[in-house]
Design a protein around this ligand. Structure first.
Ligand code: FMN
Length: 209
C-alpha cells in the first residue's frame, strides 16, 4: 500500500462458470470495492492458467523461468505481487476449493522456490497483503466451506497476510446465490467495500496491544 495511489484489490473467480454463483459474489465484492474508491479488478482463473504446477526441475528454462506458457506468470508477478489484497471466489467442489483455486496457490511455488532467480523479491512481495474469501455451494450446513477457510487461513499465516473476511453463499443453479437467505450478496459487497478498513487482530503472546 502506498499513499499516492488507491489500494489495489484483485478479485479472482475460480469457477469455470462465467455467470455462476462465485462470479456473482465476486461481482458484488467488486461493486463494493469500487464504491470505496479502490483500484479493484476481477479476473477468471481459467483465463490465467492452462495447466497445473509441473516438476520445476524439469520445467524451468536456462534462466530459471517457468516454461508453462500461459497467463499465470504475468498475473502473478506483475499484478498479484503489486496488489494490496486478494479476494478469492471459489465454488465448493468435493468439500474443498476448486482445482482452479488450488492451482493458483500451487503455482506460486514456482516463484517462491529458491531455484527461481528472483525468489527473494517474490518472498518479500508476497507478504503483508489482505486476503478475503467468497465460497458458493449447494449444501448449506454451517461448516460446508470450513476446509477452504482453514486453508486460506494457513496461506495467510504462512505468507504473513491478513485474512480479513469470508462470505458463504448458498446456490446451485447459476445465479441462485441471489436468493441466499442469509444475504450473501450484500455481505460480499460489504466485504469489498470495507476490505482495507476491517479490523484484523491475530496476536502472538508477545504482541503489543
Ligand atoms: C465438481 C463439483 C463438485 C461439487 N461439490 C459440491 C460439494 O461438495 N458440496 C456442495 O454443496 N456443492 C457442491 N457442488 C455444487 C457447487 O458448489 C454449486 O453449484 C456452486 O454454486 C457452483 O458455483 P459456480 O456457479 O460459481 O460454479 C459441486 C459442483 C461441482 C461441479
Amino acid at each position: 500500500m502506498t499513499a499516492d495511489r488507491p489500494r489495489r484489490l484483485l478479485i479472482l473467480v475460480a469457477s469455470p462458470r462465467r455467470n455462476g454463483n462465485s462470479a456473482l459474489l465476486a461481482d458484488a465484492a467488486l461493486r463494493g470495492a469500487h464504491a470505496a474508491g479502490l483500484d479493484a479488478s476481477l479476473h477468471f482463473a481459467d483465463d490465467l492458467m492452462q495447466t497445473f504446477l509441473r516438476d520445476c526441475r524439469d520445467c524451468r528454462d536456462e534462466h530459471g523461468r517457468c516454461r508453462i506458457d500461459d497467463g499465470y506468470a504475468d498475473f502473478f508477478l506483475d499484478r498479484f505481487l503489486e496488489a494490496d489484497g486478494l479476494v478469492l471466489s471459489t465454488p465448493v467442489y468435493w468439500y474443498g476449493m476448486s482445482a482452479q483455486a488450488k492451482a493458483f496457490f500451487d503455482r506460486m511455488f514456482c516463484y517462491v522456490a529458491r531455484s527461481y532467480p528472483q525468489s527473494q523479491r517474490v518472498r518479500e512481495r508476497i507478504q503483508g497483503k489482505r486476503v478475503g474469501l467468497l465460497t458458493a455451494s449447494e449444501e448449506m450446513y454451517p461448516t460446508i466451506g470450513l476446509s477452504i477457510v482453514n486453508q486460506v487461513q494457513e496461506y495467510a499465516r504462512y505468507t504473513h497476510s491478513q485474512f480479513v473476511g469470508a462470505v458463504h453463499g448458498q446456490g446451485d443453479r447459476r445465479g441462485s446465490v441471489r436468493e441466499d437467505r442469509h444475504g450473501a450478496m450484500a455481505a460480499a459487497e460489504a466485504l469489498g467495500r470495507q476490505f482495507f478498513e476491517r479490523p484484523h487482530a491475530d496476536y502472538q503472546v508477545d504482541s503489543v496491544r
